[in-house]
Every structure is written in C-alpha cells, then in structure tokens.
Ligand binder design. Structure first.
Ligand code: ASP
Length: 332
C-alpha cells in the first residue's frame, strides 16, 4: 500500500445536469494493494477528500478486516487534517467561535453510536464507536459526550486552528449566515464499506455548517437521516444541508427505496427529487445542496446530488476512482 502511488487523471469533464454518476477520473495504477483482495470488498465515500480517507480503510478491507474497522479508520483521516475545514480538527467553528463536531457509525447488526455537538476531541468517530460498544445508548451530546470521552481515555484538545479562527473573525464582520455548500464551509465525510465477509458498515463525521448557532446539530449523527445501514438491504450516507436531510428522513427514504427493489442509483435520485420538491418554495432553496451515496449488499453503488459539484470516491479490488455525481440543478 505504502509503495503504491496513485495518480488521478482527468479523463472527461463535461457533465450534463442530471447525468447519472459519470466517471471523470481514472487511476493510472489499478491495484491498491499487493495483498490478495477479497472480490466483494468495496468502499464509497463523499467528496474529494475521500480519496485519502479510503486508503487506510481499503488496507483494512484488503487484509480481510471488517467494514466497521475500515469506516472508522477512514473517517479519522479528514478528522485529523487541519486543512479540512468541515471535519474534525481545523473545522470552522460556530458563530461563537466554538468548534462542535457531529459523528455517527453503524454496523451490520444495526448497532449504532453517535455524538453530537461535541467540543474538544479530534476523533468523534471513535467516540461514537465507543458509545455504540460501551453504553446502552445510541447518542451522547455536548457535556455528556465530553465526559464520556474523557472517561474512555480520549484526550481533550483545542480544535480551533489559527486559520479557522481568522476565517471566523472575518465572518464576524458581516455575520451573514449563508449555508452554501461545495465551498470550504460545509461538507461531511460519509463512508460506506462492504467487507469480504459480506457485511456493511457506515460512518459520518463533520464539523457541520460553519457559523451555525451554538448547539446546532445536523443530520450526520442522526441514524435514518445522515446515515443508515441495514445488512439485508444496503447502506446510505448523506452530505449537504442537514436541515433538509432531517426534514425528509433522507437516508431512510433511500434505504426503503432499495428495499422495494430500486437500484442504489435510482434510490439516491428519488430521495434527491423529493428534497427538491419539498424545498422548492423554502428559504433554504437558494443555496440548498444535498447529496447521497448508497451501496447495496451486492456492492452496487449509487450517488446523486441536488446541484453539481458533488464528488465521491470508490475503492474496489481493481483500484480507486473519483467521480462527479449526476445532479438535478446547476448553481445559478
Ligand atoms: N450535513 C452536514 C450538516 O448539515 C454538513 C455537510 O455535509 O455539508 O451538518
């Protein structure tokens, strides 16, 4: 893995609005690992920073490891990256200058764990996993989540980097809350994995929308909204404006469409169309972006977004690829 350099080559750029999942990048080296790779294994993750996140996650799958371990390890990559301003350390703060994080994780037994509005810990995904494994609950928030993290041995630290602080201070001059996506103030990593044992798992982790009200929680830690895994059907993760995702129970919509026989691609498109319809006259519509990734138990994937600009990365036995998702609208 370490010796495998990956090069992404732009192979086609022009996308038609509404086109389903066109490939826009391919890899010049096609084998992600020298180890024998289980043919069933696959990962799909949101945004271009998923490419780096998929690497250690794929290493786990390629050695026969579990989807659950893969998504946790993968999600920790953007969490630790101070140049990623929408996840973990270095994330943009809320309007009071406080970085608060949301994360969730779910396994093939429908076990799940989440933390929301968590301050001071770099790896909320690992704390979410501890909530799942060590408590009788599904979600811990705020001070309770902090207390639990400390008791589990996680180290508290300042997550507000100098760069994020400067951006916040610039924002304070106008204090104009515009939850525009596809820019650096907004993006979750959602990661779905299928392992060689045929099991699915998923994870989401985010600092949420920049300049949000203190205490705001998005869709990412809410099972059935930002993340959902059902080992009989598939797995779904969302990114985009969490309020719109929660309003529509969007991951559940995608899941139930797949259960009813739709392909992951069709299911993602139906959920996006529903969000579009519901929000046509909504105040959020002007800047609204939502996007979905989904994978079924056979490893077939789908991805779709309301507006252009959403990218997702796929890791599978013959390599890793970055794609532009099909979408309904262009940014105007
Ligand atoms: N869904 C996240 C939230 O609303 C942010 C994003 O994915 O863009 O908190």
């Amino acid at each position: 893995m370490k010796n495998n350099r990956r090069h992404f080559i732009k192979s086609s750029a022009a996308l038609l609005a509404g086109a389903a999942s066109p490939v826009v990048y391919s890899m010049s080296e096609s084998t992600p690992s020298a180890l024998p790779v289980p043919s069933a294994a696959k990962i799909i993750s949101t945004w271009n920073f998923a490419v780096e996140a998929n690497k250690p996650a794929w290493e786990i799958l390629s050695q026969g490891g579990t989807a659950l371990d893969a998504v946790e390890v993968g999600a920790r990559v953007p969490e630790a990256d101070e140049n990623n301003h929408s996840v973990g350390y270095g994330g943009f703060p809320d309007r009071e200058g406080i970085v608060t994080l949301d994360a969730s994780i779910m396994d093939h037994h429908s076990n799940c764990g989440a933390v929301a509005c968590l301050e001071g810990f770099k790896h909320p995904i690992s704390i979410a996993r501890k909530v799942m494994e060590e408590t009788p609950h599904v979600m811990l928030v705020g001070k309770g989540a902090q207390k639990f993290a400390l008791a589990q041995g996680f180290k508290k630290q300042n997550l507000l980097t100098e760069k994020a602080k400067q951006k916040w201070q610039q924002w304070l001059r106008k204090s104009d809350y515009v939850p525009e996506i596809n820019v650096e103030n907004h993006d979750t990593i959602g990661m779905l994995a299928l392992d060689s044992h045929g099991n699915l798992a998923g994870a989401t982790t985010t600092s949420g929308v920049a300049w949000k009200m203190h205490g705001r929680v998005g869709d990412s830690p809410i099972i059935g909204a930002g993340l959902f895994v059902d080992n009989e059907v598939g797995a779904v993760a969302c990114t985009g404006l969490g309020e719109a995702v929660i309003r529509t129970g969007a991951s559940t919509v995608v899941m139930e469409m797949m259960r009813a026989g739709k392909t992951p691609q069709q299911a993602c498109e139906i959920a996006t169309q529903r969000i579009h319809k519901i929000h046509k006259n909504h105040r959020d519509m002007k800047y609204l972006q939502v996007a979905f990734i989904a994978m079924n138990t056979q490893g077939k994937h789908g991805a779709f977004s309301l507006r252009g600009g959403f990218q997702y990365a796929i890791a599978e036995p013959n390599g890793q690829t970055l794609h532009n998702a099909g979408h309904i609208l262009k940014w105007s």
